[in-house]
Design a protein around this ligand. Structure first.
Ligand code: CDT
Length: 311
């Protein structure tokens, strides 16, 4: 029996600052409706899917910063999404800014959750690789203040048994790091879900700008192949508050091949029928970890953080 999961990569076009969460949820409901019409089992929404990509702004007023965060999930504004997905029997990945109040502490994370077809919360992931900077750098065309507004995720990269397969999550910049996929690969992951907001312009390295889409594909295809897993990467994209973010939302097979890809920089549903057993032959041969990995020779990966060149 094949294990086919029909996946919808629900790319979102730009969300401006003035756009209400209710208006964004309406757009997501439309994508969910399309997903249902095409028989999707699972829909993947982007990183920080409910608001504009606010780390582009230096803000000092904590109340203003917190206006971009969710204190509960679902909230009044997001409940229609949860209700509709459950009614249609569609699981989903959703990225949002999480404000947690626990044990007298307030903590803020760049978070994603996985909800299954019955509406059950399967798992939560908090972004570990936070790019950008923590202080105001006015020379930049725009800021990238994830290191200021979020704490480093504290949940690792778990893999969950759900919806007939083994699922993992990561968020945006995580996709550029082989460690992200390998940690999930070592738990046998069959599908990695990830959302992103990737500005085309990288102020500290503008010579990379022309390669934005290439680097996006390169990292996701490499992660998929080397870990024999599906990767579903979903953008929020287009021109948001004057800042262009790349699209190219992609569904990538364990072979490393791109099976389906967005053509626009707007709301767009990209669909693929994904056979979760497609990675099996790779996991049994070329990437049989138990047989071929040599962790004793990789100790430096966990013992050393920055590169140290030999004398
Ligand atoms: N959201 C996010 O993590 N964006 C980063 C921009 C980094 S600039 C190289 C990304 O990796 O896409």
């Amino acid at each position: 029996m094949t294990r086919i999961v029909t996946v919808g990569a629900a790319q979102l076009g730009p969300i401006q600052r003035a756009d209400s969460r209710a208006s964004v949820v309406r757009r997501m409901l439309d994508l969910l409706r399309q997903a249902h019409e095409h028989g999707c089992d699972l829909v993947v929404f982007p990183e920080l899917a409910l608001t504009t990509f606010f780390p582009r702004w230096w803000m000092e007023d904590q109340e203003e910063i917190d206006s971009f965060f969710e204190r509960e999930m679902p909230s009044n504004e997001t409940a229609p999404l949860f209700n509709e997905a459950q009614a249609k029997g569609i699981g989903f990945y959703l990225g949002f800014a999480e404000l947690e109040r626990a044990n007298g502490r307030t903590r803020r994370f760049n978070t994603a959750i996985l909800v299954d077809k019955s509406g059950k919360h399967v798992g939560k992931y908090r972004k570990i690789h936070l790019p950008g900077h923590a202080e105001h750098e006015p020379w930049r065309a725009f800021q990238h203040l994830e290191k200021r507004y979020f704490e480093i995720g504290d949940l690792g990269w778990p893999v969950w048994r759900s919806m007939g397969g083994l699922y993992g999550m990561c968020i945006c910049n995580d996709r550029r790091w082989p460690e992200t996929y390998r940690t999930m690969g070592l738990q046998g992951v069959e599908m990695v879900l990830l959302g992103y907001n990737t500005p085309r312009h990288n102020p500290p390295a503008p010579d990379h700008d022309r390669l934005s889409e290439f680097h996006n594909q390169l990292s996701m295809q490499g992660g998929a192949y080397a870990n024999a897993t599906w990767v579903v990467g979903v953008a929020k994209c287009g021109i948001e508050e004057g800042c262009e973010m790349i699209g190219n939302s992609s569904i990538i097979a364990p072979t490393g091949e791109v099976v389906a890809q967005a053509l626009t920089q707007d709301d767009e549903l990209v669909i693929a029928r994904c056979d979760l057993d497609l990675g099996k032959s790779y996991k049994a041969t070329t990437f049989n970890f138990e047989r071929h990995r040599q962790p004793d020779q990789y100790r430096m990966i966990v013992e050393r953080k920055g590169a140290v060149a030999p004398e």
